[in-house]
Design a protein. Structure first.
Length: 202
């Protein structure tokens, strides 16, 4: 009898673009420099919450909920998901560990040089602990590096509430997204080109 699912099947994560730290070991390779700043959360009209990120010294949003936190965001290769993703870290213990590792003469700059494993234990804010460990340096897979380059991820888009992967997915009350506007412009240009072709003498 055929298997219902492949033996190596795994449930997909909630988001393909952002790495989430789960229970146990979380292994990744840092692919880019980090952008840093302060992360706030504000309530949305639909009753949810969304993050607002600003650079250090920037203007804080009004009516934010929860305490603001220092954040680091950088591009990683997530071994478990086998995807290029963005990892945003606000946990101070992890930040301190990665900073110490990067300044250690035996390890140095982590960009594309060695893997890092963050082990997470606990289920609540009060009992969760993190351990951060570097792995011996190994050569980065060329296919992963090329995929990262092809994606052209712009981490600075996080400061504007946009999608670092290239599309602005945030709709506002004033009109469509940038992606929708570009699509409409492309359609209009195609229609105009077709009309000009019909009127051409040859």
């Amino acid at each position: 009898m055929e298997d219902f699912l492949q033996s190596d099947y795994k449930l997909p994560s909630g988001s393909d673009k952002y790495m989430k730290l789960g229970q146990g070991d979380n292994r990744f390779r840092i692919l880019s420099s980090a952008v840093t700043g302060v992360e706030f959360w504000i309530e949305t009209d639909k009753g949810g919450k969304k993050p607002i990120r600003i650079k250090e010294g920037g203007i804080a949003p009004d009516n934010f909920v929860d305490d603001p936190k220092s954040f680091w965001a950088f591009v990683v290769w997530n071994y478990q998901e086998e995807k290029v993703q963005i990892l945003s870290i606000t946990q101070r213990t992890i930040q301190k560990s990665i900073l110490a590792i990067s300044k250690d003469g035996d390890w140095g700059n982590p960009i594309q040089k060695y893997d890092i494993v963050v082990n997470k234990k606990g289920t609540t804010k009060d009992n969760t602990e993190y351990q951060t460990m570097p792995k011996p340096p190994t050569k980065m897979d060329e296919g992963i590096l090329q995929l990262y380059k092809d994606l052209k991820i712009d981490l600075n888009a996080l400061y504007e509430g946009k999608d670092p992967f290239g599309e602005d997915l945030v709709k506002t009350e004033k009109g469509p997204t940038i992606a929708e506007t570009k699509k409409a412009e492309e359609v209009a240009n195609e229609v105009e080109a077709g009309l000009k072709k019909d009127k051409a003498p040859f």
